[in-house]
Design a protein around this ligand. Structure first.
Ligand code: ADP
Ligand code: ASP
Ligand code: MG
Length: 431
């Protein structure tokens, strides 16, 4: 017997027909095995594809400066619908199933509405229900604040709900079912010759997710790494005869030690670069003629930090003649209007001349633990982009990542060029 958490994303839950396919997969996982034992199964679901966007738009239409607590009430409803529908569908297939809403378990959260963080999941009732042979269906994305109000976890948050539930019930595996059959070297919708990775380390997946590979929400990977949850990414779009998930058809997120073992056994090849990701959701801000003196940048970034606006890439140009300099940085596009307003407010204190904002940028990142021990990854990146005439506007690095900021229109081209430059293209026969 194993305890399994199965998570289904928006595309998998889009409509009653697809929910029926999901119910079939769940029923298969929960069915008695040849040796008479059966898995205990909890299912975490997303809202139907497009539904959360629709609900967010309603909030914006109602009031552009909406109250985040009420936004949470609205957007959490998408997952309430699909969890109930899946429980009903499972019951129709003869399975014992019930839904457990975020406030019923509860999934306790802290911090801001609309981007709440899970502090803990009470697994007791869930464990008892599963042990009694009931399939637990849990809406992802939603939780309960300390003050008793509904919260949501930020876009893509159902992945994090699933990992948190898996940790709380000591699940043997957390299977993330989505519309692609695993984690690829880059987004397979952009590069047809991307290839599926059999395994990827937590560290690399965390970095890939944080720079835009939205196949897993960043927080879900961090949580899985901390709690030691075994995560697998796989497709829900399989035919009824497909092998069960236990035979590991997707991508496993593994520890560095497990990865070394796979490489030693010849099951994985170590590449210098594991994956490439892109992110079009950032915006560039340039402040011109900022005083070139100690404390100047602190004046810029302190108010942004106080407003929980995350600044990513930062460049300060070489000072001009008159003790002035230009400062360029990126913020999430969604936070740009607030950032602009805050900086304009502090114009006198900061002492800049012009504020130039540009949302038409993209960040392209290459990620791989191989970079820790090998030089030349950044040079290859810059060379390959230069050869195609792609201009780099900013650069940032970490131990296992190099990111560049480029014009948004060149995103797809840049990702393809780099995928080839690092030798990641699938061989003809496999493509
Ligand atoms: P879900 O609704 O199931 O949560 P998402 O849309 O959040 O699905 O994530 C799956 C999508 O992530 C895929 O359709 C794919 O386009 C995208 N994606 C981006 N980078 C990668 C990658 N490296 N490997 C696989 N998919 C990726
Ligand atoms: N429905 C939410 C979203 O679209 C959460 C999720 O799907 O993970 O962001
Ligand atoms: Mg998702």
């Amino acid at each position: 017997m194993a305890r399994i958490v199965m998570k289904f994303g928006g595309t998998s839950m889009a409509g009653t027909e697809r929910i029926r396919r999901v119910a079939n997969l769940v029923r298969k996982q929960a069915a008695p095995k040849e040796d008479g034992t059966r898995d205990e199964v909890a299912v975490v679901v997303s809202a139907m594809a497009g539904e959360t966007d629709r609900l967010v738009n309603f909030c914006r239409e109602a009031n552009a400066l909406y109250d985040p607590a009420e936004y949470d009430v609205v957007v959490a409803s998408g997952e309430q619908v699909t969890s109930g529908l899946l429980a009903i569908t499972l019951q129709g297939l003869g399975c014992k199933a019930r839904s457990w809403l975020g406030w019923q378990l509860p999934i306790r959260t802290v911090e801001a509405h609309a981007k709440a963080r899970i502090e803990g999941v009470d697994g007791a009732a869930l464990g008892a229900s599963m042990a009694a042979g009931e399939i637990a269906v849990i809406p992802g994305f939603q939780g309960l604040a300390e003050d008793g109000r509904v919260t949501t976890l930020g876009r893509g948050g159902s992945d994090t709900s699933a990992v948190a539930v898996a940790a709380a019930i000591g699940a043997d595996r957390c299977d993330i079912y989505t519309d692609v059959d695993g984690v690829y070297t880059t987004d397979p919708r952009i590069v047809a010759r991307a290839h599926k990775l059999r395994a990827v380390t937590y560290e690399e997946m965390l970095e890939l997710a944080s720079v835009g590979a939205k196949v897993l929400q960043t927080r879900s990977v961090g949580l899985a790494m901390r709690e030691g949850v075994r995560v697998q990414v796989l497709s829900s779009f399989v035919d009824d005869e497909a092998a069960p998930a236990d035979s590991l058809p997707g991508t496993l997120i593994v520890s560095e030690e497990e990865m070394e073992q796979l490489v030693e056994n010849g099951d994985m090849e170590r590449q210098l670069v594991t994956g490439i990701a892109h992110d079009k959701n950032e915006a560039k801000v340039i402040l011109t003629r900022v005083p070139d003196k100690p404390g100047a940048v602190a004046h810029i970034f302190a108010p942004l930090a106080a407003a929980s606006i995350n600044v990513d890439m930062i460049i300060q140009n070489v000072g001009r003649d008159k003790g002035e300099t230009d400062v360029t940085f990126t913020v999430p596009q969604a936070d740009l209007p607030r950032a602009q307003a805050l900086l304009e407010d502090k114009r006198a204190e900061i002492g800049f001349n012009r504020l130039i904002a540009d949302s038409k940028i993209a960040k392209i990142s290459v990620v791989g633990v191989g970079m820790k021990s090998h030089a030349g990854v950044a040079a290859t990146m810059f060379g390959a982009l230069a050869e195609r005439g792609i201009n780099i506007q900013a650069i940032s690095t970490s131990e296992i990542k190099v990111s560049v900021m480029i014009d948004e229109d060149e995103t797809e081209l840049a990702v393809r060029v780099l995928h080839t430059a690092y030798g990641l293209d699938a061989k003809e026969e496999a493509a």
